[in-house]
Design a protein around this ligand. Structure first.
Ligand SMILES: Cc1ncc(C[n+]2csc(CCOP(=O)(O)OP(=O)(O)O)c2C)c(N)n1
Ligand SMILES: [Mg+2]
Length: 441
C-alpha cells in the first residue's frame, strides 16, 4: 500500500487535520478530481523509451505529498538537534533534500514490493509505514526503536512492510536487493525490489556483478541510484606516519648507512617526476564514450535519468520501472537529487560547497516547495493552511521525541540476541575494555 493511500495511519494524521482545515476548498469537495502536471525536466532513457512527462494526480495526492514530506523534513531537522544534544550517538546521516525520491517511489508501488537502502534510511522507513516513535527511539538506542534500539541510525528495518534496511557498507545492499528480487521471481510474486544506493557506490564491482546476474536471470530488480552529487565524509584522518612502511625502510637504510637522507629524498623526487609525467600523458587520453557504460557487461543495460527533486517525476519513473522490470528484468533509475546536510553529523557540509549553492537548490529545486506551489496554483489550500500542516508536523515530531525519551534502554541480555551463534560464552566489556557488562552463562 502506498503512502498516498495510507490515510488512516499515524504518518498521515496531519492529512486528517488537513481535510478539516480544507472544508471550503476544492480538495475537500472532490479530492479525487484529476489534475495534470508535467515533470520539471524530461526523462532521459538509455536503451528504452522514457516515460511521458505528463502525469495525472489528484488534490488528495498533492496534499499527501506535502504533508508527508513536511513530516520527513521535520524529523530530520529534529534528529540534527538531538544529535547535537548528544541524545543520538554514533553515525547519523540525514535525508533532508532527498524526500521526493522516497515519496515518489512509495506512491508508485505497494508493500509487496521490497526496498533496501544504505545508511540514509530514516525517511525510507517512515515512508514504508514506520512510526515517528520507532524512528526516534531507534535513533536514541531505546527499546521501542524499530530495531529494538540495537541498530541505530544506519539500521532501520521494517520487514513486515518489505523494508530490508538500513546498511552501512557502501554498495553492499545492492546484491542483497537482487537476492530479494530473486526470491520474488522464484515465488512468482509479481512484485519488484528497489535497491537504493548512492553515487559513491555507482562504480563498485559488486554492483555490476549483481546487475549482471539480475540481467542473466531477468530479475525484477530496480537499481535506484540517488545521485546527490556528494561522496564525502567529514572524518578526521588518523596520522599513520608512525606505521608508514616507507618510513620503516627509510629508518633501516639510514641505520645501516646504505644511503644519505639526501639520496633518499632524490629517489622520492624521481618518483614524483615519473608520476607527474604519467599523469600528463593520461590526461591526453580521451574519456570513454558514454556508450562504453554499457559495453563489457553481459547485456545492454536499461536506465532512466530522473529529476529526483520532483516527486511526480520519481513516481512516474518508478511506475515505469516496475512494469519494465516485471517484463524485462533489471533497470537503473538515476535520481538527480541533493542533500542539504553534510554527509553525516561529523561533516558540517560547508567546506566543499558554497552556501549559495545550497540556498540556490532550496530556492529552485526544493521538493516540498515544488508541491507547495502546485497546491497554491490549483487553489487546494491557502498559505496559512500549509503552514498549519507544517506546524502540526513539528508537534507530532516533538510528541514522538518526548515518548521516545521515556522508552528504556535495551536490556543487557539483548547484547546476545540476534547474533548469528547462540550459546557461546562470550564476555562483553565497556568501551574502556575494563568494565565487565555482561557474561553469558
Ligand atoms: C565499502 C565502503 N567503503 C567506504 C565506506 C565509507 N563511506 C561511508 S559513506 C561513504 C560515501 C558514499 O557516498 P554515496 O554512495 O554517494 O552516498 P551518500 O552518502 O551521498 O548518500 C563512504 C566512502 C563504507 N562505509 N563502505
Ligand atoms: Mg552521494
Amino acid at each position: 500500500m502506498s503512502l498516498t493511500r495510507r490515510t488512516t495511519t499515524s504518518l498521515l494524521k496531519p492529512l486528517t487535520t488537513t481535510t478539516s482545515l480544507l472544508t471550503r476548498r476544492p480538495y475537500s469537495t472532490d479530492n479525487s478530481t484529476p489534475i495534470t502536471v508535467e515533470t520539471s525536466v524530461p526523462f532521459t532513457g538509455h536503451n528504452c523509451d522514457p516515460p511521458s512527462r505528463s502525469i495525472t494526480t489528484t488534490p488528495s495526492e498533492l496534499m499527501t505529498f506535502f504533508t508527508d514530506m513536511s513530516l520527513m523534513r521535520r524529523m530530520e531537522i529534529a534528529a540534527d538537534s538531538l544529535y547535537k544534544s548528544k541524545l543520538i550517538r554514533g553515525f547519523c546521516h540525514l535525508y533532508d533534500g532527498q524526500e521526493a525520491v522516497c515519496i515518489g517511489m512509495e506512491s508508485a508501488i505497494t508493500k509487496k514490493d521490497c526496498i533496501i537502502t544504505a545508511y540514509r534510511d530514516h525517511c525510507i522507513f517512515l515512508g514504508r509505514g514506520g512510526s515517528l516513535l520507532e524512528s526516534f527511539a531507534e535513533l536514541m538506542g531505546r527499546q521501542d526503536g524499530c530495531s529494538r534500539g540495537k541498530g541505530g541510525s544506519m539500521h532501520f528495518y521494517k520487514k513486515d512492510a518489505g523494508f530490508y534496511g538500513g546498511h552501512g557498507i557502501v554498495g553492499a545492499q545492492v546484491p542483497l536487493g537482487c537476492g530479494l528480487a530473486f526470491a520474488q521471481k522464484y515465488k512468482k510474486d509479481e512484485s519488484v525490489t528497489f535497491a537504493m544506493y548512492g553515487d559513491g557506490a555507482a562504480n563498485q564491482g559488486q554492483l555490476f556483478e549483481a546487475l549482471n546476474m539480475a540481467a542473466l536471470w531477468d530479475l525484477p530488480a530496480i537499481l535506484v541510484c540517488e545521485n546527490n552529487h556528494f561522496i564525502v565524509e567529514g572524518v578526521e584522518f588518523v596520522d599513520v606516519r608512525e606505521r608508514d612502511p616507507i618510513e620503516r625502510i627509510r629508518k633501516l637504510i639510514l641505520a645501516h648507512d646504505l644511503a644519505t637522507e639526501k639520496e633518499l629524498k632524490d629517489i622520492e623526487k624521481q618518483a614524483r617526476k615519473q608520476v607527474d609525467e604519467a599523469i600528463a600523458k593520461a590526461k591526453e587520453s580521451p574519456m570513454p564514450d558514454e556508450s562504453e557504460l554499457f559495453t563489457n557487461v553481459y547485456r545492454k543495460g536499461y536506465g532512466v535519468e530522473v529529476d529526483g527533486m520532483d516527486a511526480f517525476a520519481v513516481k512516474q519513473a518508478c511506475k515505469f520501472a516496475k512494469e519494465h522490470a516485471l517484463k524485462n528484468g533489471p533497470i537503473i533509475l538515476e535520481m538527480d537529487t541533493y542533500r542539504y546536510h553534510g554527509h553525516s553529523m561529523s561533516d558540517p557540509g560547508s567546506t566543499y560547497r558554497t552556501r549559495d549553492e545550497i540556498s540556490g537548490v532550496r530556492q529552485e529545486r526544493d521538493p516540498i516547495e515544488r508541491i507547495r506551489k502546485l497546491i497554491l496554483a490549483h487553489d487546494l489550500a491557502t498559505e496559512k493552511e500549509l503552514k498549519d500542516i507544517e506546524k502540526l508536523a513539528r508537534k507530532q515530531v516533538d510528541e514522538a521525541i518526548a515518548k521516545a525519551k521515556e522508552s528504556p534502554m535495551p536490556d543487557e541480555s539483548e547484547l546476545f540476541t540476534n547474533v548469528y551463534r547462540k550459546g557461546y560464552g562470550v564476555e562483553s566489556f565497556g568501551a574502556d575494555r575494563k568494565e565487565l557488562r555482561a557474561t553469558l552463562p
